[in-house]
Design a binder for this molecule. Structure first.
Ligand SMILES: [Zn+2]
Ligand SMILES: [Zn+2]
Length: 374
């Protein structure tokens, strides 16, 4: 007989269905076959067991949603349900790990001197950009980049390998807003005039000033502001873009086998920074409508409408290298492979460069002398 009741009792379900129902409500971080921790595999977009080969597809159909601005100031500690914080006693990095994992190594300095802290984790991210490159691919990008650092010591270039690179999610906010402004300002255009002064012809630059005013509006989509101390905004910009339009809804699964950095800037602070970015961009967009050489002043009081945000995690491979007791980090975008970072300078190579410079300078001086200069 067919069961027409809408209420499904547990005894009506097959063991397979019960397992699936349980899976969707509990943490699925353990391998059902051998019990090992599952890790997120960027290359085949699955949760994978590195020991027995079990794998389970991750649902990639839920895109990260924009949240309304009123939710930005909400405080809760909901992320603590999925994750916990570990602090590195060596470099101070604060990393977030999925609840069932224990950190053995710090992503930022490579030491194992890492302890769990009973920290407030705060708001759970609502979106995430999954890693699309695995650490081997990230290592290849980093190696190509390192080869081009001519002044870095050979030992640095050699140290760039996948074992020294770890996938770490960096928390960030993106903001959308429709801005409107009635602007008004005074701009100047230069031109040269030729006049005769005391019988001599003199050319000089004069500026013709003119007033501008008008209405301007623009919709900003996903202005990205990073929210942790672990990496600078400058470094984030250098390895951008991040495909924030196609972020996924945050799922704990993506964290398995990876770490995240704890956020240190709250949504309000990041929104202030985003407003600064929007103001600079708006000023440039208004000015680009005019032919000018100088700005006397430009007033453009802005209103911000339809503000939404995403609090999301960005996929970044972190590499580290110690040179003369100093820690150097480099960063690889976990989606497009772009690399940035500071590298140590090899005294030998810098010395050679200076020497080359001196030789070149001496050569130029010699040429000038030969050609009858001085
Ligand atoms: Zn297994
Ligand atoms: Zn560390």
């Amino acid at each position: 007989m067919k069961n027409t009741s809408t209420e499904i009792k547990e005894e009506d379900l097959s063991p397979q269905e019960i397992a699936e129902a349980t899976e969707s409500t509990t943490d699925v971080s353990k391998c059902p076959t051998c019990g090992a921790n599952l890790v997120y595999s960027p290359t085949d977009k699955t949760l994978m067991c590195e020991y027995c080969g079990y794998s389970k597809k991750i649902d990639f159909t839920n895109l990260g949603e924009e949240k309304s601005f009123s939710e930005l100031l909400k405080t809760d500690n909901s992320w603590a349900e999925d994750a916990r914080v570990f602090v590195c006693n060596n470099c101070g990095a604060r990393q977030v790990l999925s609840k069932n994992e224990i950190s053995v190594k710090c992503s930022f300095c490579g030491t194992t001197n890492v302890v769990e802290k009973n920290d407030i984790l705060g708001l759970k991210p609502n979106a995430l950009l999954p890693f699309l490159l695995d650490s081997a691919a990230a290592g290849n990008h980093a190696r190509t980049w390192a080869k081009k650092r001519w002044l870095a010591p050979r030992s640095f270039k050699k140290s760039v390998n996948p074992e020294n690179i770890h996938g770490n999610y960096i928390p960030a906010f993106t903001f959308d807003s429709l801005i409107k402004t009635h602007y008004e300002g005074r701009l100047g255009k230069d031109h040269t005039v030729t006049v005769r002064v005391n019988g001599k012809t003199v050319t000089r630059t004069e500026t013709k000033w003119f007033h501008v005013s008008g209405y301007f509006e623009h919709f900003f989509n996903d202005v990205l502001i990073q929210a942790s101390d672990s990496i600078s905004q400058k470094s984030i910009n250098k390895i951008s873009p991040f495909d924030t339009d196609h972020s996924q809804q945050y799922k704990n699964e993506f964290l398995h086998g990876f770490t995240a950095s704890q956020y240190s800037k709250d949504g309000e602070t990041c929104w202030k920074e985003a407003k600064g970015v929007m103001q600079n961009a708006t000023r440039n967009m208004i000015l680009s409508k005019y032919d000018y050489d100088r700005v006397d002043y430009l007033n453009f009081p802005m209103s911000y409408e339809a503000i939404t945000y995403k609090y999301l995690l960005l996929p970044i491979y972190v590499g580290h290298f110690n040179f003369r007791q100093k820690l150097y980090n480099f960063f690889v975008n976990g989606q497009n492979g772009k690399v940035t970072g500071k590298t140590p300078l090899s005294p030998l190579r810098v010395g050679l460069l200076v020497l080359l410079g001196l030789v070149a300078a001496a050569g130029i001086v010699a040429l000038i002398i030969i050609n009858g200069g001085f």
